[in-house]
Write a protein that binds this ligand. Structure first.
Ligand code: F6P
Length: 343
């Protein structure tokens, strides 16, 4: 068979490990030809490709980013885009496509599948907000990076008796903030799922500091929202999929904390550091398992499906289930565990 592979959306540690696994099993077990599309759906639209074989993927397992490049191009936002994608696949003789991406990339895959394209999905995103899988690859690497950063913020916060606000990614879900906040011993964790009240936070910070030199690390998810009418946040426009651009909430938050508590407050926005660099061992293994499962799914004709982790098992789920609904944090983990350490 001839198999196409693409990586779409924001990059994520483990992408190369998935591609490497697909290529390895495709070449050595199934004797397939594998072609990589460059820069996500843009490569399919424009028929820009690179050959992929075991030799080309050598050394890629620990490498962050994606050898294929990525973009947020949405063929359904381009006149005749879906038709152009299908024409490319036919012209190149691609029998099946493996799309590695998050909600947006897999949403396009699902629509193309509805139009007759044979596609299998692999769930990628540091945000861990995809339904139908227990976890996406890249998430635990981002959590580890954020946890390491929070550990470092504690010692400088204590030395200066300051409040440190650490902003992490995650879009409209608080998974990274919640797990890194628990792992890093944050005194406050602000997530989109639980609108925050600035007055309550400041009261707790004042109490905490008055009990001695008890510095505070506040972890805030980029998509966290204040209780309506309590704070104004700036709007940064939208991307090709119509999603609001996030990032920067910590600046307004830190100003408000400093003004209301009188404690010096500093901001650290971890940003793309959370997405760059080498995947953790867990993510390397998960990505490898996903890659193998994806090429097996292609050979079983399991199109319109996504490979997923459920418990310890890799399973197949309909793409439609994965992209239908945002996976948000478990309220029990927030209220029953994280909150116990607030203040
Ligand atoms: O979805 C992954 C993610 O890293 C989000 O956490 C973040 O909001 C967004 O991508 C940033 O996207 P960009 O690459 O466009 O800056």
């Amino acid at each position: 068979m001839k198999i196409g592979v693409l990586t779409g959306g924001g990059d994520c540690p483990g992408l190369n490990a998935v591609i490497r696994a697909v290529v390895r099993k495709a070449e050595r077990v199934y004797a397939d030809d594998v072609v990589g599309f460059l820069d996500g759906w843009k490569g399919v639209l424009e028929s820009s490709t690179m050959p992929l074989d075991v030799r080309a993927m050598r050394g890629s397992l620990p490498r962050g980013g994606t050898v294929l490049g990525t973009s947020r191009t949405n063929p359904y936002k381009i006149e005749g885009g879906a038709e152009r994608c299908k024409a490319t696949l036919t012209a190149l003789g691609v029998d099946a496509l493996i799309a590695i991406g998050g909600e947006d990339t897999l949403g396009v895959a699902n629509r193309l599948h509805g139009e007759g394209v044979d596609v299998v999905g692999v769930p990628k995103t540091i945000d861990n907000d995809l339904s139908a899988t227990d976890v996406t690859f890249g998430f635990w690497t981002a959590v580890q990076i954020a946890t390491d950063a929070i550990d470092r913020l504690h010692t400088t916060a204590e030395s200066h008796d300051r409040v440190m606000v650490c902003e992490v990614m995650g879009r409209h879900a608080g998974h990274i903030a919640l797990y890194a906040g628990i792992a890093g011993g944050a005194a406050e964790i602000l997530i989109p799922e639980e609108p925050f009240h600035i007055e309550d936070i400041c009261e707790r910070i004042k109490r905490r500091h008055s009990a001695g030199r008890f510095a505070t690390v506040v972890v805030v998810a980029e998509g966290a929202t204040p209780v309506e009418g309590t704070m104004t946040l700036s709007d940064k426009g939208v991307d090709a999929f119509g999603h609001v651009r996030l990032g920067g909430i910590s600046n307004g938050l830190a100003e408000a904390i400093e003004a209301k508590t009188g404690f010096e407050t500093r901001v650290t926005i971890l940003g793309h550091i959370q997405r760059g660099g080498t995947p953790t061992a867990f993510d390397r293994v998960l990505s490898t398992r996903f890659g193998i499962a994806a090429i097996d799914a292609v050979h079983d004709g399991a199109f319109g499906q996504m490979v997923a982790l459920r418990g310890d098992a890799i399973v197949r789920v309909p793409l439609a289930d994965a992209v239908g609904e945002l996976k948000t944090v478990d309220p029990l983990l927030y209220h029953g565990v994280a909150e116990v350490f607030f203040g």
